[in-house]
Design a protein around this ligand. Structure first.
Ligand code: GLN
Length: 311
């Protein structure tokens, strides 16, 4: 049934969810392997829904910015696909990994070609491609996110970036292993600094929902008034999100929520309902897989209550 045929009170649904998830607080854990992330208030909860016509609904802390972390991998993949097309898939695969987001295990077996662009080694390979473009990559990333969020104040948090850089031993090891296999062109330290800058970008749920709108609109977005990516690219990115966006819990997430989505250890989850809307939720406590505990529960409630799903 289309949204026209059935008028859904999205604001009512969000208000209900914000109350209903309260008993779930305290069951997950805020990420602390990046020390600066551990300072965030664990009880924050925000959500935003952006319909393809541009209508926005928010609840709770939906307008407060947080560390987007791995959600940024989605937008770096868009940049890579805009500039390099299918060449991206010679550097990174499109299969679910079944391992943690920063696991080294498969990388050696698969000779430095990461399983997909959403686990850390895959994101490093994708960023390495984008760094091959002319100009300052950090400016390019920031400008792209400002354009997508339709907000010129979107920026990276230098304290969070520094904190991650000081503790990025696993990511450095992943990058060095890939470089040994010839799958990283740039200097590893430059790559790490740019990656930490990328992950430390801060946006709120409404801005992230806006930024993903082209993925819901076949590449086009009413808010950007232009085709941001091609229809084909939007379809392909949504498929990779559905199968790889939630790391090694992607199967249970598809079962519970039924939407392509990308999570980050800052506690954000950004989901796309193609042709209909984008939904972003933020709650900092994570489950054992590094995905927002309450955020997953909130999205499950949202899709159960509204019937919005790709299945
Ligand atoms: N910056 C984080 C890291 O590389 C991002 C991980 C995530 O959000 N899953 O560990």
């Amino acid at each position: 049934m289309t949204d026209k045929a059935r008028v859904v009170d999205y604001q009512g649904v969000l208000d209900y969810i914000a109350e209903a998830v309260r008993p779930q607080f305290g069951k997950g854990r805020v990420a602390d392997y990046i020390p600066a992330l551990a300072d965030v208030d664990a009880r924050k909860f925000g959500m935003a829904v952006r319909l393809v016509d541009g209508t926005l609904y928010t609840v709770g802390d939906g307008l407060e910015r947080f560390s987007v972390q791995s959600i940024s991998k989605l937008f770096v993949l868009e940049l890579a696909m805009q500039h390099f097309g299918d060449m991206v898939w010679t550097r990174v695969g499109k299969e679910p990994s079944g391992d943690r987001f920063n696991s080294m295990m498969r990388l050696e077996h698969e000779r430095g070609i990461p399983r997909n662009p959403f686990i850390n080694p895959g994101a490093l390979a994708t960023l390495d491609l984008v760094m091959g473009l002319k100009g300052d990559t950090r400016h390019r990333l920031r400008n792209y996110l400002r354009f997508l969020a339709v907000d010129e104040t979107v920026d990276s948090n230098a304290t969070v970036a520094r904190s991650e850089l000081d503790h990025a031993h696993t990511n450095r090891a992943l990058a060095h292993l890939m470089k040994a296999y010839g799958n990283i062109d740039n200097d590893v330290e430059d790559l790490m600094e740019t990656y930490c800058f990328q992950c430390a970008m801060e946006m709120n749920c409404a801005e992230l929902a806006t930024a993903a709108l082209p993925l819901a609109g076949g590449g086009y977005s009413s808010l950007h008034d232009t085709a941001v990516i091609s229809k084909n690219q939007a379809r392909r990115i949504n498929s990779v999100m559905l199968t790889c966006g939630m790391y090694d819990s992607v199967g249970s997430f598809a079962y519970r929520v039924g939407l392509p989505a990308k999570s980050g250890v800052g506690g954000g989850i950004l989901a796309v309902a193609p042709g209909r809307m984008t939904i972003c939720v933020w709650s900092p406590e994570l489950d054992a897989f590094g995905n927002s505990y309450v955020g997953t529960a909130a999205l499950e409630l949202f899709t159960s209550m509204t019937g919005v799903s790709v299945f």
